[in-house]
Design a protein around this ligand. Structure first.
Ligand SMILES: [Fe+2]
Ligand SMILES: [Fe+2]
Length: 209
C-alpha cells in the first residue's frame, strides 16, 4: 500500500517556501526545501499517518535490519576466538534466519510482499564495529568489544519488536503479533546470554591502563 504524500506551504511571512511532512523519519534539508525522506530508495517523500503505515514502516525497517545482522553475526563469529562467545553468535545467527522467515509470514498476514526499508540505525552500529576492527585491537579487546557491539544491536531489535507488537494488536493481527513476540523473546534471550558472557569475561586478559 503506497503511503499518502502530503505537502504544506509555509506561511509567506517565514520568507521561504518549503514542503513539510510530519513523520518520525530522517529529516533532509536540500536548499530551501525541507522534507522527510522515506528511506534509502532515493528520497521519496511520504507521510506516515496511520497505524497501518506505521506498522509497515517498522516492519520493513526491521526486515532490513535482520538481513544486515545475518552478515554481521557471521563477522562477529569469525572475529572472536573464545569458543563460548563465537558459538553464541553462531546460535543467534541461526535464530536470525528464523526471524527473517517469521517476518515474511508477518508480511503475508499483512497482505504485502516483503520489502526492506534502509535501517540506518543498524547500519550505523555495524559501521562503528567495523571501524573498531579496522583499528586492529588485541584479540582480548576485540572479543570483549564484539559482545558489546552485539548487545547494542539486540537492544535495537528489542525496541523495534516491542514497538511493532502493539501496532499489530491494534490492527487485529493476532497471529502476526505472536510471530513478532517470538522474535522479541529470542532477542531478549540473546541479550541475556551476551550479558552473562560479558559479566563472566576474564578482565585480567586486558591491561587496565
Ligand atoms: Fe533478530
Ligand atoms: Fe538479534
Amino acid at each position: 500500500m503506497a503511503p499518502a504524500v502530503q505537502t504544506a506551504e509555509a506561511p509567506a511571512c517565514w520568507g521561504f517556501s518549503f514542503e513539510c511532512t510530519v513523520a518520525p523519519l530522517p529529516l533532509v534539508l536540500a536548499g530551501s526545501r525541507l522534507f522527510l525522506s522515506a528511506g534509502g530508495d532515493g528520497g521519496e517523500t511520504m507521510t506516515v499517518e496511520t497505524i497501518q503505515e506505521l506498522f509497515e514502516h517498522g516492519l520493513e525497517d526491521v526486515y532490513h535490519a535482520e538481513h544486515e545482522l545475518l552478515e554481521a553475526l557471521a563477522d562477529l563469529e569469525e572475529n572472536t576466538e573464545r569458543e563460548e562467545i563465537s558459538s553464541a553468535f553462531a546460535e543467534h545467527r541461526e535464530e536470525t534466519e528464523a526471524h527473517i522467515d517469521r517476518l515474511e509470514e508477518v508480511f503475508e498476514i499483512f497482505g504485502e510482499p516483503p520489502e526492506k526499508e534502509e535501517c540506518e540505525g543498524i547500519k550505523g552500529l555495524i559501521r562503528e564495529y567495523e571501524e573498531f576492527v579496522d583499528e586492529d585491537p588485541s584479540q582480548e579487546v576485540l572479543d570483549y568489544h564484539s559482545m558489546a557491539a552485539a548487545e547494542k544491536t539486540e537492544h535495537y531489535e528489542i525496541a523495534a519488536y516491542g514497538n511493532l507488537i502493539p501496532l499489530a494488536d491494534q490492527l487485529g493481527m493476532d497471529e502476526a503479533a505472536d510471530l513478532l513476540e517470538e522474535n522479541l523473546r529470542e532477542e531478549q534471550e540473546a541479550l541475556d546470554e551476551l550479558t552473562e558472557l560479558t559479566e563472566s569475561f576474564e578482565m585480567d586478559a586486558i591491561p587496565a591502563e
